[in-house]
Write a protein that binds this ligand. Structure first.
Ligand SMILES: Cc1cc2nc3c(=O)[nH]c(=O)nc-3n(C[C@H](O)[C@H](O)[C@H](O)COP(=O)(O)OP(=O)(O)OC[C@H]3O[C@@H](n4cnc5c(N)ncnc54)[C@H](O)[C@@H]3O)c2cc1C
Length: 205
């Protein structure tokens, strides 16, 4: 049986999970649709600015509790190999999306957020009510938050201009064990046509 929700959120990435936690803390009954189960890997640089920590802490989220690495040094090199290193005034932390999204998911569940691991295929708004159609069910709610990222089938189905534009960028992420790479460093290394980023995550990779 589907529970009554004040708000339904489509997409359980960083935006959807953060919104779910915030709204649940405000006493709302929240449901989240996510097409992948947790934890899962995602392409991401996995360096997070400390700018977000006061808000995260307010939501009851403490990345250091799952081993996030403190990063205080920044290195940048040009495509010709010129290298500069400096201290980061605010700094950041290194954490994999595997661990970060899972931390948020667990906090959301603890606050009573209900998860539907279903792919949303369509949304419609009629007579002041949203209808959400997934591969297996149909749901309705007066308020729906779209937090399904930049490349979802939902924007493509609605033929939104930005979603139909071809993107010439390609991103690749991999985790390597390297005991020689300093914990406190984030590096951006430019080459012709792109850049490579290096920093540690909670697993030491
Ligand atoms: C290559 C790359 C590197 C990056 N590096 C960094 C970095 O180092 N630091 C940083 O702070 N930011 C980084 N970012 C940005 C960061 O990844 C995004 O800002 C962030 O993920 C956006 O969160 P979101 O919740 O909007 O989208 P997402 O995290 O993409 O979440 C969207 C969620 O919606 C779900 N979803 C989509 N469609 C449907 C559907 N139809 N039905 C059900 N579920 C659906 C997806 O499965 C996904 O879980 C990087 C981005 C890229 C592309």
């Amino acid at each position: 049986m589907v529970k009554e929700h004040d708000i339904l959120i489509v997409g359980g990435g960083l935006a959807g999970l953060t919104a779910a936690i915030h709204l649940a803390l405000e006493g709302k009954h929240v449901g989240v649709f996510e097409m992948n189960t947790y934890p899962h890997h995602k392409v991401c640089g996995e360096y997070v600015s400390k700018e977000i920590l006061p808000y995260f802490n307010r939501l009851g989220l403490f990345p250091s509790s799952v081993g996030a690495v403190d990063i205080t040094q920044f290195q940048i090199s040009t495509h010709k190999g010129f290298l500069v290193e400096t201290e980061l005034p605010l700094g950041g932390f290194g954490i994999s999306r595997y661990a970060l999204d899972y931390l948020l998911y667990q906090r959301a569940k603890e606050l009573g957020v209900i998860f539907y691991f279903e792919k949303v295929n369509g949304t419609a708004f009629k007579n002041d009510v949203f209808t959400i159609t997934t591969t297996t069910n149909t749901y309705t709610s007066k308020i729906v938050v779209g937090a399904y990222g930049k490349r979802s089938v939902l924007d493509k189905n609605k033929e939104r201009e930005f979603s139909l534009k071809k993107n010439s960028w390609l991103a690749v992420k991999a985790h390597y064990q390297s005991p020689d790479f300093p914990n406190e460093l984030v590096g951006l290394h430019n080459f012709d046509g792109g850049y490579g980023g290096l920093s540690k995550t909670e697993s030491g990779a």
